[in-house]
Design a binder for this molecule. Structure first.
Ligand code: NDP
Ligand code: DGU
Length: 319
């Protein structure tokens, strides 16, 4: 099997281009580190150059090991062939904790810089939070947007990351951030797939020059936070059959045609390759129209992940 060349695009204030499809590393249930490392090495062999991790996933260390091994094996010639995204965990979303958190992620990854550092969620978790959903509503706090973003900007100014951005931010949260940001966020990484198309947020971000990265592009089937609504959608199934593709490929190709980048997770040798095979064919106008008309439903809800408290319910209601 050959190595796919994944197209790269410029993303706002980021100092380097981003491969339009990346490998996710949030796996459920959490695999042992060797499984994650082996899957990442396999993915590099298939052509993935962009890897999406987060402090919260516990995948930074195995990713770091896989990168070191890929360099040793000559699968990549130098570290700058890779695009590494990691995320600031909400327990560290306070101005004085951000630079140390960035350095901790770099140490886990064994890297001198990452390519993208994102605020994982637009909330702060108090230090009492030991597990999620949180046991008390008092444990979930709002972000102090101005000082948090200043610390993110410092990480970029120090050269510890090539780009800074956010994740799970609504139009309202973006507005709050942009009111004081000196460096605009390059990326907003959000749930996006044919069943949750994010039309309003995309319009808003396009107007502000902020790039969208789609997470859970297959609806995160077989995970705690996802379901099978995308993979078992009749319309996607019919289009897939007509094009000789799979529903997963139709979903990923549709996202690519919307101009967003994608992070998708497969640790399976065949499926990770299947997910890269989206560049040599296209959907018809009729296919796109049918997908545009699909009924919409948000999959990932803060109320489920963090707990059903007022701040999560408010975030879930924002678009
Ligand atoms: N910023 C945030 O808050 C979030 C970020 N993310 C990021 O986005 C990444 C991707 O999203 P994720 O939620 O994992 O969900 P995805 O939509 O990428 O779905 C992953 C699931 O689909 C399966 N799968 C992958 N490819 C195929 C295929 N071709 N056919 C059938 N099944 C397939 C995988 O299993 P298998 O491995 O067995 O193939 C896995 O169970 C995450 O790993 C993480 O890095 C995700 C959620 C939230
Ligand atoms: O503890 C948090 C879990 O990993 C889950 O919440 C994920 O969905 C996470 O938001 C992600 O970014 O993938």
């Amino acid at each position: 099997m050959g190595v796919t060349q994944v197209p790269e695009i410029s993303v706002g204030s980021c100092d380097r281009t981003m491969p339009v499809i990346g490998m996710g590393t949030a796996a459920y249930p959490t695999p042992d580190p060797d499984t994650t490392k082996a899957a990442i090495l396999e993915a590099i062999g298939a052509g993935y150059r962009h890897f999406d991790t987060a402090f919260a996933y516990g995948s930074e260390k195995p990713l770091g090991e896989a990168i070191a091994e890929a360099l040793r094996l000559g699968l990549v010639k130098s570290r700058d062939e890779l695009f590494i995204t990691t995320k600031l965990w909400s327990s560290f979303a306070e101005k004085d904790m951000i630079l140390p958190a960035m350095k901790m992620s770099l140490s886990n990854l064994r890297l001198e810089y990452v390519d993208m550092f994102l605020i994982h969620w637009p909330v702060r978790l108090s230090k009492e939070v030991k597990k999620l959903p949180a046991e008390k509503r008092e444990y979930i706090l709002p972000l102090d947007m101005k000082s948090v973003w200043e610390a993110m900007e410092e990480c970029k100014n120090l050269g510890l990351t090539k780009g800074i951005g956010v994740s799970n931010f609504s139009c309202k949260k973006m507005e709050e951030l942009l009111a004081t940001a000196k460096i605009p966020p390059a990326v907003n990484q959000v749930e996006m797939n044919p069943i949750w198309q994010q039309k309003q947020l995309r319009e808003y971000c396009n107007a502000k020059g902020i790039h969208i990265t789609a997470y859970s592009p297959l609806g995160a089937n077989n995970t705690k936070w996802g379901d099978n609504r995308v993979m078992e959608c009749d319309v996607l199934g019919e289009i897939a059959k007509a094009r000789g593709k799979t529903p997963a490929q139709v979903s990923l190709r549709w996202l690519y045609e919307q101009g967003v980048s994608i992070v998708t997770k497969s640790f399976n040798k065949q499926r990770m390759r299947e997910n890269l095979d989206i560049f040599s064919w296209s959907l018809t106008e009729e296919d796109s129209e049918r997908i545009a008309q699909l009924p919409q439903k948000k999959g990932v809800l803060f109320a489920d992940v963090i707990g059903p408290y007022d701040i999560s319910l408010e975030l879930d209601a924002e678009i």
